[in-house]
Design a binder for this molecule. Structure first.
Ligand code: CS2
Length: 476
């Protein structure tokens, strides 16, 4: 064991000042944004140390604190593992324990960026429309109580403190897999602020910046076996490592308050004027097929994405999805070849070193399907293009959230709408489909009103339940 790694892991050496508060300190951010910022600081200095905030539980803070907030990030390539130690975190706060401490950190003039990875459901919006869900219990709480619970609540209350103190707003940097994520978050924040104080909303609207971003790196949840693997690899017991694939991409709209940001361009971040084509490409080609493979793969008995695309039926299925259903609806971003992008995705999925569970990706489908799959289906149908594979994927989601797999075994469904979704299952597939298509929060109006889609979905659901996931995918 080299002494340097041990020293860095247990005694954080850098005392560079903080400039970023990050909400949602999950594995993804620690394996993606945090590494980019760490490298940008190593390359060019700056005062962009990060204060991480866990919005729910203290686990990550408790594991990182004895390590001086440092952790190992392990790149898992098919030909071996490469660990590095990341020392960009300066502190970790746990919002439910002390929301005031989080607000104080966000209101500090030294902080110029608040970034977020709080997952789709953390924005408390309606996935089909992107609007704030005013009935969300956390939003109802945050309207009355200046100590917030929700991510939008923290943003609004911290901006309120900055305005009162005469401090410029921070840039809000959304790093979740939502379409036009900065734009959607801006809308949610302005709506919530408007309900609290319309003048505050005007100020945020005029002075605030919410650049959209496209983020990409496959980062499965860290498992207990991963901790052992890291210990074997580095000779050190790290209680909070992250495991990630080699590939990474971050495309960021270059629109920051006062132009103030880390020098991300030097470490490979693409700074562009319009992120939309990149977002569409990534959400529909990667996340859309990820979710499709998660539901069908799970119902077909596969534990991971690598296992699923290792099955020739699902490998052919996903290639057909890209070629016939997804790529025809996309405008490629400048310089991107979508067929090559699809081939590269297949290689990434097949990486045997990454154990990305179908069950993990299947989580929160009600929040993910609109931007990943339903938009492509709606556009395909409007253009008269057949979309049988994606329709089958939606049918597989419906079966999955019923809570019972095709062999009759229980599924542990994780979704904010889980109870409502499970209650929609009927013995008659047409009735099940009718119940699901009435969900305004999930299905866009064009699909809810499309009788042909209801018929195709019923046929797909029937095929799935009669023939099983693999045969239905082979026939789609
Ligand atoms: C995955 C994503 O869990 C999921 O829903 O589709 O986390 C995916 O791995 C990342 O977006 C890849 O960039």
């Amino acid at each position: 064991m080299e002494a340097g790694l041990h020293d860095r892991l247990h005694h954080t050496p850098s005392d560079a000042p903080t400039g970023i508060v990050h909400l949602g300190l999950g594995a993804f951010f620690r394996a993606h944004g945090a590494i980019y910022v760490d490298q940008a600081m190593q390359a060019g200095g700056g005062d962009w140390g990060i204060i991480g905030v866990s919005l729910k539980s203290p686990g990550t803070r408790d594991r990182l604190r004895p390590q001086g907030w440092a952790y190992t990030a392990v790149e898992l390539a098919p030909d071996g593992e490469r660990p590095q130690v990341v020392t960009i975190l300066r502190d970790v706060l746990v919002a439910p324990e002390d929301p005031q401490a989080v607000l104080d950190a966000m209101a500090d003039p030294a902080i110029r960026i608040v970034s977020l990875t709080v997952t789709e459901k953390g924005y408390c919006h309606e996935p089909s429309s992107g609007r704030l869900n005013r009935d969300h219990p956390d939003i109802r709480h945050d309207l009355d109580d200046p100590l917030p619970r929700s991510a939008p609540g923290f943003l609004v209350r911290a901006l309120e403190l900055r305005r009162a103190a005469g401090v410029a707003p921070f840039t809000v940097l959304c790093c979740d897999n939502l379409p036009e994520n900065g734009h959607v978050l801006r809308g949610v924040v302005l709506e919530l602020a408007g309900l609290i104080d319309p003048e505050l909303a005007d100020w945020i609207g005029a002075e605030g910046r919410f650049p959209s971003t496209m983020v990409d790196r496959i980062v499965p949840a860290t498992s207990p076996e991963d901790l052992d693997q890291v210990a074997r690899l580095t000779g050190l017991r790290d209680e909070a490592p992250v495991m990630h694939e080699p590939f990474r991409q971050w495309v960021v709209e270059d629109d920051f308050v006062g132009g103030d940001r880390p020098d991300l361009g030097t470490v490979g971040v693409q700074l562009v004027a319009d992120v939309t084509p990149y977002e569409h490409m990534k959400l529909r080609m990667l996340n859309g097929t990820h979710s499709s493979l998660a539901y069908l793969g799970y119902l077909g008995g596969h534990q991971t994405i690598a296992e699923t695309v290792g099955d020739p039926v699902f490998s052919a299925f996903v290639r057909k999805l890209w070629r016939n259903e997804i790529i025809p609806a996309l405008t490629p971003p400048p310089g991107e070849d979508l067929a090559a992008y699809a081939d590269a995705l297949h290689d990434r999925y097949a990486n045997p070193a990454i154990r990305h569970r179908t069950w993990q990706i299947a989580m929160d489908g009600s929040q993910k399907l609109p931007q990943r799959i339903l938009g492509t289906i709606a556009e395909g149908r409007a253009a008269g293009r057949a979309v049988p594979g994606l329709t089958l994927a939606v049918a597989a989601w419906m079966r999955y959230v019923s809570g019972v797999d095709l062999a009759g075994a229980a599924i542990e469904v994780k979704d904010p709408m889980a109870d409502r979704l499970a209650a929609l299952w009927r013995d008659d597939p047409a009735e099940t489909v009718a119940g699901f298509l009435a969900l305004e929060q999930v299905f866009p109006a064009a699909l809810r009103a499309d009788a042909g889609f209801a018929r195709d979905l019923t046929t797909a659901l029937t095929a799935l339940c009669d023939k099983g996931a693999a045969q239905a995918a082979a026939d789609a």
